[in-house]
Ligand binder design. Structure first.
Ligand code: HEM
Length: 496
């Protein structure tokens, strides 16, 4: 039998103290904790990106639900506002960091902080304000299409042809194409940075398979160190940096990374004052590390999703094949000029990037009190631009769930887009395309990604009938990965 509680003086006192403490904590919390500035907005229904993979069975389904212009959400625990409006998104993107007057927005500080942990420090993709601007001004000219395409195209072509030959050896058996794309794109970006790829296992990005776990390990790094060991996340960052350091030291010893041909990006950057001396060296290592990472995983994932989509759309595959056979009948015709003429292929690539933007949302910090439309946005709050959802706005993209390359045929599909161009003067369709973001913080590697996608897509369509018979793949939440890699079949086509 249970003992009855003995309500003596001591226990009454203990209960009263506990209750008083809880009550005063609650009162303090309610008074001191700032009220969610967006409490009056509807709570967002946009949360999971899992359901955003192209499903041919839904291609004709109409999106009837209209998203409200603004919704309430939270970003890494911070109150935030989701902006479901294309023009207002541009208003925010165009005012990030660069323009002093109306310097209203910058990269989300929570994003910056978590990114710094994952990459071991500050780089172009997580810095803010003036520091970011210095980094960006150095890198942008080196990633303009007219500089990069002549340097890299021969390598991209050779490497893609190798991929084609390797795929042929599997004779139509299902293969993991995602892994192969990740290696190809890593080789390409390494060619640009160092004219050399790391050896097997020398560089790895396992952190990104489970970033939450890696972040927890990195936050506890000091505690780990007290007990004399390093977390796997810390070891991974150190190992990746060691490869880059090795390359930088080669250059500093006077070794040329490439015997003949243009300087590598690492060599070019070492000529800038900001990368001189021991501090400059650390800065350069982190800068090259992010360009290495951002420059391969994103493009590889986009290639995988395009291959999946083409497998589901054989008619589109056929059109790409016919266009490629006409414009690129042999190896010698794989030139930048002819790649630029692949209109339908480029439209299919863009349509896939619309349906599968690898960065499904962009998070931006509001630095000053501001008004967006009729909505007051206090300084310190986060503005979320839900790219996947904006790309399915039925008022801009008719039949938004359908894969329709044709919708892009009238648009500018230039391979040499100016990385500094801000959204003005664009059609509503191009304004609504945020896969590479737009404005001042837009993707540095956009031209490189387009170039790789064009070469690989044309060559694969010319050489194979691509098939996929598995279920619609799912994308992991908020990350570029697929929950399960779809195995695809490449049936060789006999070419005349
Ligand atoms: C299909 C491939 C790619 C996609 C979809 C993509 C997407 C994006 C997006 C959306 C942003 C803006 C992020 C934000 O503001 O929060 C971005 C920034 C960036 N991207 Fe890419 N990217 C791709 C390929 C590449 C490549 C090949 C490189 C190689 C150089 C690269 C390097 C960067 C860098 C350095 C930034 C930061 C720019 C800045 O903040 O100034 N990306 N990318």
């Amino acid at each position: 039998m249970l003992q009855s509680i003995d309500w003596n003086d001591k226990s009454i006192k203990a209960v009263s103290i506990t209750a008083a403490t809880a009550l005063s904590t609650y009162v303090l919390y309610s008074v001191l904790w700032p009220k969610n500035p967006f409490a009056d907005l509807p709570k967002t229904k946009y949360s999971s990106v899992r359901s955003f993979t192209y499903d041919p069975a839904k291609r004709d389904v109409d999106i009837e639900e209209e998203y409200p212009k603004f919704e309430r959400s939270s970003y890494i625990g911070k109150p935030s506002i989701v902006v479901n409006d294309i023009d207002l998104s541009h208003h925010v993107l165009a005012r990030q960091d660069r323009y002093k007057q109306g310097h209203l927005f910058g990269r989300s500080l929570m994003f910056s902080y978590t990114h710094q942990l994952l990459f071991g420090g500050v780089n172009i993709a997580n810095s803010n304000g003036h520091d970011w601007k210095i980094r960006r001004d150095v890198l942008v000219p080196l990633f303009q299409g007219r500089v990069m395409v002549p340097d890299l195209l021969p390598f991209i072509v050779r490497r893609s042809q190798q991929l084609v030959e390797e795929i042929k050896t599997h004779k139509g058996k299902p293969i993991d194409i995602d892994e192969r794309y990740a290696t190809l794109t890593a080789d390409v970006i390494c060619e640009y940075l160092f004219a050399q790829s790391p050896g097997p296992g020398e560089v790895k990005f396992d952190n990104f398979i489970n970033p939450a776990q890696a972040l927890a390990q990195l936050k506890l790094a000091n505690l780990y160190a007290m007990f004399g060991f390093k977390s796997s996340a810390t070891r991974e960052i150190e190992q990746n940096c060691a490869f880059i350091r090795k390359m930088i030291h080669k250059i500093k010893r006077g070794e040329k990374l490439r015997e003949n041909g243009p300087l590598t990006l690492a060599e070019k950057l070492l000529q800038f004052e900001q990368y001189q001396g021991p501090e400059g060296e650390e800065r350069l290592i982190l800068e090259l590390l992010i360009v290495f990472f951002a420059g391969h995983d994103t493009t590889a994932h986009s290639m995988t999703m395009l291959t999946y989509t083409l497998a589901k759309e054989p008619e589109c595959q056929k059109k790409i094949r016919e266009e490629a056979n006409e414009l690129i009948p042999d190896d010698d015709s794989l030139t930048a000029a002819n790649l630029g003429k692949l209109k339908y292929t480029s439209a299919a690539i863009k349509e896939n990037l619309r349906l599968h933007p690898v960065i499904p949302e962009v998070a931006i910090e509001c630095h000053e009190d501001n008004t967006l439309g009729q909505c007051h946005i206090p300084a310190g709050s986060t503005v979320i631009l839900p790219v996947v959802r904006l790309h399915r706005d039925p008022t801009v993209f008719k039949k938004p769930l359908s894969f329709e390359p044709e919708r892009w045929l009238q648009e500018d599909l230039d391979l040499h887009s100016d990385l500094e161009a801000v959204g003005s003067g664009k059609s509503q369709l191009s304004k609504a395309f945020f896969t590479f973001s737009q404005g001042t913080h837009s993707c540095l590697g956009m031209n490189l990604a387009y170039l790789e996608l064009r070469v690989v897509t044309a060559l694969l369509a010319q050489n194979f009938d691509i098939q996929y018979h598995g279920p619609v793949p799912e994308i992991c939440n908020a990350l570029l990965r697929l929950t399960e890699v779809p195995l695809m079949e490449f049936h060789e086509l006999k070419r005349d």
